[in-house]
Write a protein that binds this ligand. Structure first.
Ligand SMILES: Cc1cc2nc3c(=O)[nH]c(=O)nc-3n(C[C@H](O)[C@H](O)[C@H](O)COP(=O)(O)OP(=O)(O)OC[C@H]3O[C@@H](n4cnc5c(N)ncnc54)[C@H](O)[C@@H]3O)c2cc1C
Length: 307
């Protein structure tokens, strides 16, 4: 039996064969994955992981691809996401348990409804809870890890492990989860607060986002991490690169750390802009910009400076 037919025979959730990743990234960019799967539940996930290990087929975990650049040639392997199936969310008093496929926006709104404070500054950050944990998503002074108690992950052998917050290293847009750990769910302990104060913080964050970010265009948010002394957008802007275009990709004139897709940009257009920005900032400021976005299917050299 062909590998894909065998895989189809075991998967209970939704499997899309030869699926363009452009349909599953906020950039709207990316070639096909051999199979793109929303496992039905953790048993389905377990069987898929077992199958891929036995057959030595690479697997990649994603959320909604809002921090992801996928190469034009696509991905030789299976892509797994919890985005359409692992979506349970439970709030009891000040404790929240959410599966990794819950959208971060939904989690934030539900906490606000229950007068729980701590996550409201993350309002407007796209993506799933799983992606937010891996990226330690943050905005306007808050980070997803701040009120986190513990996380359950599944290993490639199907074991479920619980990590408490102190078992995981979190820092600016970094977590110590391994590439082969699938995040299943997370538990948070928040504090109660009067609605007026929570709403004030939420409105401050969402209006800041609307002012600072080119939200009308397709992007994956900030391309580079900020340097300890300078915002990456400041460095790219001061290297004279705002508005630089390759094909349909552009370094935003609104926020220089956002690279936008005007419609038909390819991954190689975005990666060319990445190299241009890295080269110009290195030449002008002697600073090496570090990618914040995650990439799939690239030879790492493609994203480095030409010289
Ligand atoms: C307009 C815009 C604004 C943004 N603003 C912000 C912002 O203010 N702050 C911020 O921090 N980010 C921001 N981002 C980036 C992005 O939204 C976040 O990084 C988000 O948390 C990614 O979630 P995702 O589900 O889309 O993850 P993906 O992009 O799909 O994946 C991100 C990483 O997480 C891993 N991953 C995802 N799910 C799982 C899982 N279940 N198990 C294991 N690994 C997994 C992937 O392998 C990948 O390495 C913005 C993006 C856009 C498009």
């Amino acid at each position: 039996m062909k590998f894909i037919d065998e895989l189809k025979s075991i998967v209970k959730g939704n499997l899309l064969e030869n699926e363009p990743m452009s349909k599953h990234t906020t950039y709207g960019i990316g070639g096909p994955a051999m199979a793109y799967i929303n496992p039905k539940d953790r048993f389905d996930l377990f069987n898929i992981l077992k199958f891929s290990t036995k057959n030595e087929i690479p697997v990649y975990f994603i959320g909604t691809g809002s921090n992801l650049l996928v190469a034009d040639n696509g991905i030789e392997g299976i892509v797994l996401t919890p985005a359409k199936s692992l979506k349970q969310l439970e709030i009891k008093k000040n404790r929240v348990v959410a599966e990794s496929g819950v959208m971060l926006g939904k989690l934030v709104k539900e906490c606000i409804k229950h007068n729980l404070t701590g996550l409201e500054s993350l309002i407007g950050v796209p993506g799933t809870l799983g992606g937010a944990l891996v990226m330690n998503a943050g905005a306007f002074g808050g980070e997803i890890s701040n009120f986190l108690e513990s996380v359950d992950i599944m290993t490639m052998s199907g074991e479920i492990n619980t990590f408490s917050n102190s078992d995981i290293d979190f820092s600016y847009r970094f977590s110590s989860f391994k590439k082969d750990e699938f995040i299943l769910l997370a538990r948070f302990k928040l504090q109660t607060e009067v609605p007026e104060i929570i709403n004030h913080k939420k409105l401050k964050a969402s209006s800041g986002r609307k002012t600072n970010q080119p939200l009308r265009y397709r992007s994956a948010g900030s391309v580079f991490k900020n340097h300890k002394d300078y915002a990456a957008g400041y460095l790219i802007d001061n290297a004279g690169l705002k508005g630089t275009k390759i094909g349909d990709a552009e370094i935003s004139t609104h926020h220089a750390n956002f690279f936008i897709n005007h419609g038909n940009a390819s991954a190689s257009d975005i990666s060319a802009l990445i190299r241009i920005a890295r080269e110009a900032v290195l030449k002008k400021f002697g600073i090496e910009l570090e990618l914040e976005i995650r990439t799939l299917g690239f030879d790492p050299k493609e994203l480095e400076v030409y010289v």
